[in-house]
Design a protein around this ligand. Structure first.
Ligand code: SAH
Length: 345
């Protein structure tokens, strides 16, 4: 059966036309699904009974099955969900004042095998559907009652490697009939899939793009982010410049600081150069330790000098001490572990 949350508003409208129903019914259906978080067609009380039955016979309304919640001392919460096929994904909620940012997964596992990241340690399993991406947000909004103001596609997986499903999920999350979350409040993070960046621009939305840069020479970057071999720095930077063209969009450079690998002042100078070319902000993240990986966090004074150097070069920089590291919810720590491996509260 088709999962109705894999359909955009326009597609649902088209389905209603096929059924010989008025198109305003699509608005009612979206209202139930997204604004009210309904999970059964039987509850759509402003639709005629016959239509509700017809919908129930044609479509499924999926939802995520919560398997565990992990609570960090810093109020970050990590949700472990079990998918219909038994796979696990993780979603992180980061509350901050009146804001609530949700960090979404887009794949089970990952193909890209960045040297410092836990997500690909067990290889790639599969893409998430649009419905599975959207359901992470719906769960937090309707089941947990969180306001959900911002979305970052920085959980497990490489969003631009699951382009079609990502694009559709973003349209539904963005559209006023759906969740109405502004594109400017969404950030898609990529390890640098150049064709994906070009296609992403084609969506014509003002979604922020975050580039997981991490190193400023091809030699070093390829060691850390292997896809750099296929799409080296200059190609990546050009794609970013194109993404910016046409206005409104912003780029952030993510840079994981690793002791003795990319934390020197020469690295900072290289980073400042790229940031200035892209008018990009830099987000520095001290490496979050991942069990079994050989890297280490830089010393605090080294981090401070790195930040200072960027500031001297007039680059806008934020140092993000990644949230939720005590519950393995920090950047790069999501791996879809099961309950047997972790102990949720
Ligand atoms: N595949 C996408 C999105 C997922 S990773 C991407 O590569 O951008 C989200 C962010 O966490 C990326 O910037 C990634 O490089 C960073 N990250 C991965 N492992 C990390 C670690 N161990 N410590 C800190 N950040 C990490």
């Amino acid at each position: 059966m088709k999962d109705i949350k894999n359909l955009t508003f326009e597609e649902v409208k088209a389905e209603f036309e096929k059924l010989g129903e008025a198109s305003f019914r699509a608005g009612q259906v979206f209202d139930w699904l997204y604004h009210r978080g309904a999970l059964r067609f039987a509850d759509f009380t402003n639709l005629p009974k016959k239509l509700r039955d017809e919908l129930a016979a044609t479509f499924a309304i999926s939802s995520l099955d919560l398997f565990g919640v992990f609570r960090s001392q810093d109020r970050t919460r990590k949700f472990l969900f079990r998918l219909g096929d038994g796979n696990f994904i993780e979603t992180v909620l980061i509350p901050a004042g009146t804001r609530a940012t949700v960090c979404l997964s887009t794949q089970v596992g990952c193909k890209f095998l960045c040297g410092f990241c836990a997500s690909g340690l067990r290889g790639f399993v599969r893409d998430l559907t649009s419905a599975e991406i959207i359901n992470q947000v719906l769960f937090l909004k309707h089941r947990e009652g969180e306001p959900v103001t911002n979305l970052v596609f920085m959980g497990m997986g490489e969003p631009l490697d699951n382009f079609e499903h990502l694009a559709k999920a973003i349209r539904i999350l963005n559209s006023p009939e759906g969740l109405g979350i502004a594109a400017r409040r969404m950030t898609v993070s990529t390890c640098g899939i150049v064709p994906g960046i070009r296609r992403f621009k084609g969506l014509g939305l003002q979604v922020n793009l975050s580039i997981s840069l991490h190193a400023v020479t091809d030699e070093k970057r390829t060691r850390l982010v292997p896809i750099n071999k296929k799409y080296p720095l200059e190609t990546l930077i050009e794609a970013c410049q194109d993404y910016l063209g046409g206005g409104g969009r912003k780029i952030t450079l993510e840079y994981v600081l690793i002791r003795g690998f990319n934390d020197s002042l020469t690295d900072a100078d290289g980073l400042a150069g790229i940031a200035r070319r892209l008018k990009a902000k830099v987000n520095l993240i001290p490496y979050s330790p991942v069990q079994g990986l050989p890297y280490e966090v830089p010393a605090e004074d080294k981090i401070r000098l790195f930040v200072q150097r960027l500031e001297e070069r007039n680059v806008s920089v934020t140092l993000r001490h990644s949230k939720g590291s005590d519950i393995q919810a920090a950047c790069g720590q999501l791996a879809g572990r099961t309950l047997l491996e972790e102990n949720p509260s």
